[in-house]
Structure formats: structure tokens, C-alpha cells
Design a protein around this ligand. Structure first.
Ligand SMILES: [Zn+2]
Length: 315
């Protein structure tokens, strides 16, 4: 109860809009588990990894695999995770977060290597820091292009409103002005393309479904699959504008073939590394929804299908 009371105070401070209802009606359309989402923090999974010291309170940085730093933003509902993946010559930043903290300044502290940005997809919580980087590789898709123009305040204001943020935001951050800055892509990503970081090679797998431009990065040499929002251990979204159930099911089928080739799925929300057994589970889940054998509950007017360790939301 003490923790809850404290967090309520923090919520009020962060949002500066007065007390927040604990049933959190402000976060909608995001499946079960949205009420008091901050009660899940700190998540046990993170305690397995050494924390990397840095100066921005907004971020938490953990060494989650050799040459892989997870950059976690637990202060906002999405609990988004970006990854700094380093080779011997170059580094790749897989997603740039919410644009609340200064991702560029953080990355400059974490690596001396030249950094290329790749986004798992173009939702606001993955492209927030893109504008600060010189080299961004992007999918050649109308959706990506449109969102590279930036997202005005009215398109993202909800995400920094009451119920969405519990942690103190960085000095100078103004929720009333929050927007996603536009950026320019410096190169095109294609399916099967290999990005050589020196010693480490990442293969691009286009996996549309959650978003039209969703992709995963396959690190064969280190047996890692960076899944973005295509898989994480929480409600998965096929119901957002631009989402496509059929495409997602096809992508899940494709990824199931990678289960035996990786040791960890490096996901973009909540927890960094989960068992690849979920890839088979994801493909079977889509099949069960498609053939009508899966059961669902209604959340916020959508169908939410619960499975072991995750759920799938459909319109
Ligand atoms: Zn997303």
C-alpha cells in the first residue's frame, strides 16, 4: 500500500495534472494488465543482468549479452527497450525509444563506434530519438516514409498523459510539447540484407503484421533474434491502425523456423530476453485464432486471446 501511495504521488508529479485513478482508465486499447501497470516494476527479469552506469535517470542500461546493451525506459507504460548492438567496427542501434530522454547523448557515452539506426517499426515509442542520428536505414514503405515526417503533439500526447508515466521525466522535458521529431533515412533496408558490424553480422527479416514496416534482426553468429514488437511476453497488437492479422500470422510462421537457430529472443518491451520456444507458440496461436479454436475475452471492445506467456489482441 505504501508503494502504491508513493507511486500515486509520483504520477501526480510526473504528469502535473493532479491525482490519477488507480484503475487507470487513461490507458485504453492495450489489453489486460494496463491497470496499475507500474506495480509490475521492477521486473524480476532485469536483475539477471549487470547494470551499466550512465547519467540519465530516465534510462536504465543493462548488458544483456556479449556486445549487446539493452536501453530500457521503465518510466512510461510501454516499457520500451532499444538495443545497442556492437561489432568490432560499427554499432547498430535497434530503435531509439520514446524521445523523452536524450538517446543520442546516451549512445555517445556507451560506444565510440559509428552508429547506424534501424527501427523495428515506425510506432512512436521506437523512433523518438531517430532525428538525432546521422545514419538511419529504413524500409522503403509508404508507412515508414509518412512517419519519418514526425508525429505532431496531438498524435502522441496521450502517451505522456496521466496514467502513462510514473517516473520523473528529465529536466527540460515538457509533456505539453511532446512530439516525435522527423528524420531523414540515409539508406534502404531490404529483406535478407546483411548488416556487417565487423565480426557480428545482422540479417534483416521483414516481418509485417504488428506494423506494415515491422522487422526483426537475426544475429546468427550469436544465436539472437531481435524481435521488436513482433514478439514480447505481453499483449501483442494486431488491432492498431496499420496492423494486419494475416500478415502477422505469416510472419509468425516464418519466425517459427528460427526457433532452433537462436538461444534468445531480444524483445522490445518489458523484458529483454525470452525463450525462443515462444516462436512456435506464436505461430500456433495465430493458427488457433484463425481456425476459431482459441477462446477470447473482450478488453476495451477488442478480442484478447490469452496464450501461455502472451496474448493477442484483434479488432
Ligand atoms: Zn509497436
Amino acid at each position: 500500500m505504501i508503494r502504491r501511495a508513493l507511486l500515486t504521488v509520483l504520477l501526480g508529479l510526473a504528469a502535473c495534472t493532479g491525482p490519477v485513478k488507480l484503475d487507470n482508465e487513461q490507458v485504453s486499447n492495450r489489453g489486460a494488465g494496463k491497470d496499475n501497470w507500474w506495480d509490475a516494476l521492477p521486473r524480476q527479469a532485469w536483475s539477471r543482468y549487470p547494470r551499466v552506469a550512465q547519467s540519465q535517470d530516465w534510462f536504465e542500461v543493462y548488458r544483456v549479452a556479449p556486445g549487446v546493451l539493452a536501453i530500457y525506459e521503465p518510466g512510461q507504460f510501454e516499457e520500451v527497450i532499444s538495443y545497442l548492438i556492437t561489432g568490432s567496427e560499427r554499432a547498430l542501434l535497434f530503435d531509439t525509444g520514446l524521445g523523452i530522454g536524450d538517446m543520442r547523448a546516451l549512445v555517445d557515452k556507451l560506444t565510440p563506434l559509428p552508429v547506424t539506426v534501424v527501427n523495428s517499426h515506425s510506432h512512436y515509442d521506437h523512433i523518438g530519438g531517430n532525428h538525432a542520428f546521422d545514419r538511419v536505414l529504413a524500409v522503403d514503405h509508404a508507412y515508414t516514409l509518412e512517419r519519418s515526417g514526425g508525429l505532431a503533439h496531438d498524435r502522441v500526447a496521450e502517451a505522456v498523459g496521466p496514467g502513462w508515466i510514473w517516473k520523473k521525466t528529465p529536466p527540460g522535458f515538457d509533456a505539453g510539447q511532446y512530439r516525435i521529431e522527423g528524420y531523414s533515412a540515409s539508406g534502404i533496408l531490404e529483406d535478407g540484407m546483411k548488416i556487417d558490424l565487423g565480426v557480428r553480422v545482422l540479417e534483416v527479416l521483414l516481418t509485417p503484421g504488428h506494423a506494415p514496416d515491422a522487422l526483426c534482426l537475426f544475429d546468427a553468429g550469436n544465436r539472437l533474434l531481435f524481435t521488436g514488437d513482433t514478439f514480447y511476453p505481453a499483449p501483442l497488437y494486431t488491432h492498431l491502425p496499420g496492423s494486419d492479422f494475416e500478415a502477422y500470422a505469416n510472419s509468425a510462421n516464418r519466425l517459427a523456423g528460427y526457433a532452433g537457430r537462436v538461444d534468445w529472443l531480444m524483445t522490445a518491451h518489458n523484458e529483454p530476453a525470452v525463450d525462443p520456444v515462444y516462436l512456435g507458440g506464436l505461430a500456433r496461436a495465430f493458427e488457433a485464432i484463425a481456425d476459431g479454436s482459441a477462446s477470447f475475452v473482450m478488453t476495451d471492445g477488442n478480442r484478447e486471446y490469452p496464450f501461455e506467456g502472451f496474448s493477442i489482441i484483434t479488432p
